[in-house]
Design a protein around this ligand. Structure first.
Ligand SMILES: *[C@@H]1O[C@H](CO)[C@@H](O)[C@H](O)[C@H]1NC(C)=O
Length: 420
């Protein structure tokens, strides 16, 4: 599935394609994590989610409409956070200006909207520009300029999603570092499943929440500017022996758009046939985490695989042809659309129903359902680890490690004392 779901890389010959398709799909990439690995998938902590002191969520909880002080403050925070904690990541601004006309203005003056998207990337160190395929996670960091109270904090819109992006980045970084190092030592790389990286995008503009309040003016200006720019930025041609992607958009293997997360008992439907298999893979991670007792919120999976068993991802057992493609109001309005229109595979992690407090002053840190956010943090990291084929760098459980290091004498002594 993987190859066919991605934009066809330039230079991929037909014979190579046919040879790849003959391989079992698991050999290509997506390998489930072991139970041992799932148990070690890190979660965000209650302390980090504290609205006044928590270092992960608190910095986002301020009014941050484009052009405001809070908006600039969050940009600084993101740049400094990555520089200080994730120095191997590249940082890139993508700025754009779009113009709209206010219908109420008699002179029909154009109003300029400056948007600054922030992009952080962790690519395999051996890849050249245009060679890596990137699992891409995105969320919008601004709050609306109109339609909400001036002091609006937008916890579910989308501060919590931004905090989750930071958690995914830091959690994956450690494993990516180890995996890239081992692969480099073995001289690996140069194929689609090996040249996988991670890309985290903080989108400017306020997303769709204003639209929910009866205003049809959906602000996807940030993602529109980004998708349009990436379509135009062509990668340099690579030698014929290497495959490569024609532009930055083609390098996105899958776009996970996070939005409106942080409320209790979310239900995220599967919205698109082309990414239903990825949705189901994520749902399987949720079920397995639930089965291991690692999910604690009320709405999360308990591990049951029965159709109708619920969980955050209730379409886990829905056959692809039975998807209700019209379901969910976010289907036709959110930041994934400018990418989808340009042919990118997208999986919106956006609940079906709006969180209770969105658009109001009650959408603050106090009203975030911490248990739900912690469950999301495990599900998203688990999925990303599987996507990037991180079973190769599975951390050993302490018990296993101990047993391996035992000397023959120690083992004999243990056997004699009746220990396992
Ligand atoms: C993009 O905008 C940000 C913030 O508005 C600014 O700090 C940055 O220098 C700009 N970058 C470019 C390349 O224009």
């Amino acid at each position: 599935m993987r190859l066919t779901d991605m934009a066809c890389p330039r230079g991929l010959t037909l014979s190579f394609l046919l040879a790849s398709l003959a391989l079992p799909h698991h050999g290509l990439a997506y390998k489930p994590l072991s139970d041992n690995f799932l148990k070690q998938v890190p979660s965000v902590s209650d302390a980090e989610l504290d609205p006044t002191t928590g270092e992960l969520l608190m910095p986002f909880l301020q009014p941050r409409a484009p052009g405001s002080e809070g908006h600039a403050d969050i940009q600084d925070h993101l740049v400094q956070h990555f520089a200080a904690n994730l120095p191997e990541w590249t940082m890139e601004w993508q700025n754009s200006t779009t113009y709209t006309q206010d219908p109420k203005d008699k002179k029909k003056k154009f109003v300029a909207h400056h948007r600054s998207n922030l992009v952080f990337r962790r690519e395999p160190p051996w890849t050249r520009q245009g060679q890596a395929n990137l699992l891409t996670l995105a969320a919008h960091y601004a709050t609306p300029s109109v339609g909400v109270p001036a002091e609006y904090l937008g916890a579910t819109d989308a501060a919590v999603s931004c905090a989750l992006l930071l958690h995914v980045a830091r959690s994956l970084d450690r494993f990516a570092a180890q995996m890239y190092k081992e692969m480099q030592e073995l001289g690996e790389g140069g194929t689609v499943p090996m040249d996988m990286g991670l890309q985290i995008v903080f989108i400017d503009g306020a997303g769709p929440a204003v639209a929910s309040k009866g205003n049809k003016d959906v602000d996807v200006s940030g993602s529109e500017g980004l998708a349009a720019a990436w379509e135009k930025i062509t990668n340099p041609a690579l030698p014929a022996s290497l495959y490569g992607y024609p532009n930055r958009l083609n390098q996105i293997s899958l776009l996970l758009l996070l939005d409106l997360l942080g409320g209790a008992e979310p239900r995220v439907p599967s919205r698109y046939q082309t990414t239903h298999w990825a949705y189901q893979a994520m749902a399987r991670v949720e079920q397995r985490l639930g089965g291991l007792g690692l999910l604690t919120s009320k709405g999360a999976s308990t591990g049951s695989t029965n159709p109708g068993a619920g969980g955050f991802l209730p379409d886990h057992s829905t056959p692809v042809h039975q998807l209700d493609l019209a379901s969910g109001w976010a289907t036709d309005r959110d930041d994934h659309l400018p990418f989808m229109r340009r042919g990118v595979s997208v999986l919106p992690v956006v609940p079906d129903a709006l969180p209770e407090n969105v658009g109001t002053l009650k959408d603050d840190g106090q009203h975030v359902d911490k248990a739900t956010v912690k469950d999301w943090s495990r599900i998203l990291v688990g999925f990303a680890l599987e996507w990037l084929d991180m079973m190769e760098v599975e951390p050993q459980a302490p018990a296993v490690r101990r047993r391996r290091r035992r000397t023959p004498t120690a083992m004999m002594a243990a056997a004699m004392s009746g220990e396992e």
